[in-house]
Design a protein around this ligand. Structure first.
Ligand SMILES: [Cu+2]
Length: 363
């Protein structure tokens, strides 16, 4: 147990680019390791977890471009067998990795979108121990017929997606500028039941069905953090001026259904997944102030960064209330708002910020 990593709760969320692309070649590689760790939660309680690590820390974000040949190798530094999978991409599976072993898989990057990588073995137990992360695929051909960049490949775009992205920065409703690929945040949700993790740590044999039925989460995390820590994590908090639209890549690696709700602007739900984990790009884009995230759900939503509708146009920009405006995202599934069984509001929350009423003048 002395070899175990110890992570304080404020440990960087690991926004690392773990995949190293050759200059223009279509091959990318990443090396991950599976590590047991003692992690300090928001309330000071230390909870055993097992995490994927990259060179820059836990839970690295993997990135590739559609069509790339991707090789991922995974070293298992835990004392238990694990595996690797990307739901919706069956070819990206490593069935089992024995303790101390390294295994790799090569696959073709799927169409542009947001994916989870997980340990799919002993499901859902191993992914709930912490073995999950985000895999972001850039589309090979992201432009609409009008030439606007979107997060989806041309072949996957619906007329509604093309119309929305073509309107960003070119219409009265969406003043400012079009969406650009750097305007994104990953919101990776999970939940932790310390009783389950302690049983695994003690070497007990776990029946995954019984474990799922008994799952009683006490921590509700966003990119591995919760509460104040998540609300002040630059990797999670979106900032921008009115006119700078941004995409949240929202993923739920856990076992609880979440229902993120956002103040200030509504979001536009761009995509979801079907029962097989395949991406669905929406043909009817619904404006939402709350949206459902079932276990293993993946949804891309657009935060338009428009004038908040609850400020009357005649009173805009406000004089007495000063920018930046800080708005919360908090989950509407009420149990998720606490940590450790009652510490409110230390659960699934974060912030976003409107820095000013319009784009700053070009310098
Ligand atoms: Cu609210």
């Amino acid at each position: 147990m002395n070899r175990r990593k110890f992570l304080t709760y404020g440990f960087a969320a690991g926004a690392a680019l773990a995949l190293a692309p050759d200059a223009h070649a279509a091959t990318v590689q990443a090396s991950l390791s599976i590590e047991p760790a003692d992690v300090e939660m928001i309330d000071g309680v230390v909870v055993f977890q097992v995490l994927f690590f990259g060179p820059e820390g836990p839970r690295p974000v993997l990135r590739a471009t559609q069509g790339d040949q991707v090789t991922i190798s995974v070293r298992n530094n835990d004392t238990r067998a694990h595996g690797f999978a990307i739901p919706g991409v069956p070819a990206a599976t490593i069935a089992s990795i024995a303790p101390g072993a390294t295994r790799s898989v090569t696959f073709t990057a799927p169409r542009g979108g947001s994916y989870l990588y997980i340990d799919h073995t002993l499901a859902p137990v191993n992914r709930l121990l912490g073995l999950h992360g985000a895999f972001v695929v850039a589309p090979r051909d992201p432009r609409t017929a009008a030439g606007t960049v979107t997060p989806f490949a041309r072949a996957a775009q619906t007329p509604a997606i093309a119309a929305l992205f073509d309107a960003l920065g070119t219409s009265e409703r969406f003043p400012g500028r079009p969406w650009t690929p750097d305007r994104e945040r990953i919101w990776l949700f999970s939940q932790i039941d310390p009783v389950l993790n302690a049983r695994v740590d003690a070497g007990q044999t776990i029946d995954p069905r019984a474990a799922a039925a008994a799952f009683a989460p006490r921590y509700f995390t966003l990119n591995g953090k919760s509460g104040f820590d998540a609300a002040h994590d630059p990797a999670s908090v979106a900032k921008g001026y009115v006119g700078e639209p941004l995409i949240f890549r929202v993923l739920n690696a856990g076992l609880s259904t979440n229902s993120p709700h956002i103040h200030g602007n509504h979001v536009f739900e761009l995509s979801g997944v079907n029962a097989q984990g395949a991406q669905i790009v929406r043909s009817n884009i619904i404006e939402r102030d709350t949206w459902i995230m079932a276990p293993l759900d993946r949804k891309d939503v657009l935060l338009p960064f428009v004038r908040p509708n609850d400020i009357p146009a005649a009173a805009y920009p406000p004089v007495q209330e000063k920018f930046p405006f800080k708005y919360p995202m908090h989950c509407h599934i009420e149990m998720s708002q606490t940590a450790g069984g009652g510490n409110y509001p230390q659960g699934l929350i974060t912030d976003w910020e409107l820095l000013g009423p319009s784009l700053p003048a070009e310098s």
